[in-house]
Design a protein around this ligand. Sequence first.
Ligand SMILES: Cc1cc2nc3c(=O)[nH]c(=O)nc-3n(C[C@H](O)[C@H](O)[C@H](O)COP(=O)(O)O)c2cc1C
Length: 237
Amino acid sequence: MRSGVQMSSGGSGGRSASATDPRLPSRALGARGSTVELDEVLRRRRMVRRYTDEPVSRADQEALVQAALRAPSAGSTQGLRLLVLSDEVDRARLWEATAWVPPDSQRARLGEHLRAAPLVIVPLCSEQAYRERYAEADKAWLPAADRWSTPYWYVDAAFSSMLILLKAVDLGLGAAFLAFPPRFVPRFRERFGVPEELEPIGLVLVGHRHPELGPSRRPEHRLPVEELVHRGRWGAR
Ligand SMILES: Cc1cc2nc3c(=O)[nH]c(=O)nc-3n(C[C@H](O)[C@H](O)[C@H](O)COP(=O)(O)O)c2cc1C
């Protein structure tokens, strides 16, 4: 673990099979040193918008993908797909397909920094997959209006994206989640041969953090907990 952040990456030698069973409560992992230092990963997780030109190794790419695939999935539908772009030519094709005209020089510079990311993972979701899954016998009893209050295909893809962001921290890398402007989606599908039913929910950029990080929109601007969290009933703290 290059980051010095303790986070389980699977396959940690020396542990017994029962100690690595993810269904067991974490206490069953035993020694404090073998538990996940998740707080540190959460604390460090910020959007990184500037990268060095060092590539992301194949092993790290694999670890990021595996992390994404550990996400929960409504009805176990697994309607998520990932398009991984590490080759320079493919990434250039992506940026060309999603080209936008920056309104000012500061945004143009930010765009340059973002486009320099050596790895882009595009999380894609399929509404159709969820509609089909929830039409199966064990789900079809749910009234159609009660199946989801939020479209689960986006929820699942967002969970997966988050895991990529966290895994990047664990690997000592930086990452950012960016919007995927809808008007570019048809051209993106056409350039990459992506089926019509798949919708990109955003772009996840990954790379090695540049020593001079790109501009942060709102540096560590967090609303106060009291404003966000209500206990017992709305308005109570
Ligand atoms: C759905 C979503 C879309 C986002 N889109 C962009 C984007 O297009 N460009 C960008 O620079 N950051 C984008 N962000 C990152 C947010 O600006 C960032 O998470 C927020 O400012 C808080 O900063 P932090 O993530 O570093 O804590 C997006 C984040 C989310 C969750």
